[in-house]
Ligand binder design. Sequence first.
Ligand code: NAG
Ligand code: NAG
Ligand code: NAG
Ligand code: NAG
Length: 447
Amino acid sequence: MSHPTRHQPQWRPSWALLLFLIAVICSTHPSHAATYEIPVSKQAEAPAATTDANSEGNRIFSSKYLGNSVVTNQKNLGYAGIITLGNPPQSFTVVFDTGSDMIVVTSDQCQGLHCNDMPHYTCTSCTRTPYSYNITYGDGTWGAGPIVADTVSIGGLVIHDQQILDVTRSGLDMSTYGPGIAGLVGLMPSSPVRNAVPPLATIFKDKLLDMNVFSVYLTSSLESKQGGSFLFGGIDHTKYLGELNYVPISSGINVKPGMWYIDAEAAHTGNVPVAGYTKAPWLFDTGTSFIAVPTAFAKAFHDNIPGANFTSTNKYYTLPCTGNYTFSLTFNNVTYEVPYLDYIASLNKEKTLCASLVMPLGNYEMYILGDPFLRQVYTVYDFTPASSRIGLAKVIATPGSLGEEGLSGNPVPGGETIVPLRSHGRRLESGVTGLLFLCTLMAMVAM
Ligand SMILES: *[C@@H]1O[C@H](CO)[C@@H](O)[C@H](O)[C@H]1NC(C)=O
Ligand SMILES: *[C@@H]1O[C@H](CO)[C@@H](O)[C@H](O)[C@H]1NC(C)=O
Ligand SMILES: *[C@@H]1O[C@H](CO)[C@@H](O)[C@H](O)[C@H]1NC(C)=O
Ligand SMILES: *[C@@H]1O[C@H](CO)[C@@H](O)[C@H](O)[C@H]1NC(C)=O
């Protein structure tokens, strides 16, 4: 017979070991981690389909945000979801933007241009910081105001004392992103601007997530009402094929800390290499609705497509509306393709003339991968300092997966089910299976 009292000392190390193992398992096993998912959607019709290319004053580009010179299509829209600010919480629909750093909203104190075009944030529970900020657009518009700190909730992930740019002067014309858009959530892990603290920096400092990642799923191309989700703290393995291909953040000379740039070693039109292209960093930017490239790349890429013409007035390429020339990039020896129909937009209602969304920016000689590419891949943004990286894999965007989400997902109040306007390539061939669930309410998902 053993005496428990005598055995106890021997058990202690075992319990300690067991607890240690449990702790290790829990801290390394992603499926035990809390995750926070935010559905996102585009808020209005994709405008390129209704834009008359010849109308006067049709200006495709306006630059977006900050000294980073990141640009966005003036009229096309970002993917927006709902966050709350303050206590009691005020809800705002904001663009989730991997190409910028700060949370930006328009103050109820705002004076100047565009102030009344957007919903307003009222600083009731916020605290002041000693800082202010002036965001300038490339077209000369700007927005400035104090940096305040307040509670921010993103899909149930609560960030305390988070910096917010409260725009009180002039105003940023967020209305170009769509009706009801209040601002941006910048998802760069650090800011090139001194003393600016992006939400990801606070999330990391306060250890709010078990895994320092967010994962982005943008549903496959439809002409409008596109949706998807941003998942904080986890990876949804049901949304992609094969293994994630992790690529370290580029060490290229023009890559500022915090920017989501990774190197692509090859670029092709179909199977034909883009002449003159050598390995270069590409910015993964959910806030841009096209693919921006340097002038020489744009020429070489479109030279591979019969019928492509540069229009010097609009500074983009026109293309036939049917074709079979993919845009592809190779990262870490894996090639990812954008089908032809996914990087063109029709310029007239008859769909006889199309514009290429692979666009030269003229004065901005940079590579920016916006939504036409990002819809083809599931992307995992790992913001662990000093080892940040992007994982990518071909997204599962079959008619089945979209249909299931629409038909059997948790019913979300305020959601609606829509059908795509047209069948799109292989993925949306059979009518009703392309149903897309569009929801506008935040959901917290504990996996
Ligand atoms: C913000 O910057 C713009 C462009 O540099 C400038 O015109 C504007 O006066 C600035 N606003 C403030 C409040 O400093
Ligand atoms: C490009 O220009 C050529 C020659 O003028 C013309 O035949 C072709 O249709 C044009 N392509 C498009 C897409 O308009
Ligand atoms: C497009 O090209 C690929 C190979 O280059 C071919 O397998 C496919 O059938 C083509 N699709 C169409 C619609 O022509
Ligand atoms: C790249 O992929 C090809 C096949 O797609 C393979 O033959 C080659 O060994 C790979 N290279 C590296 C460096 O992984």
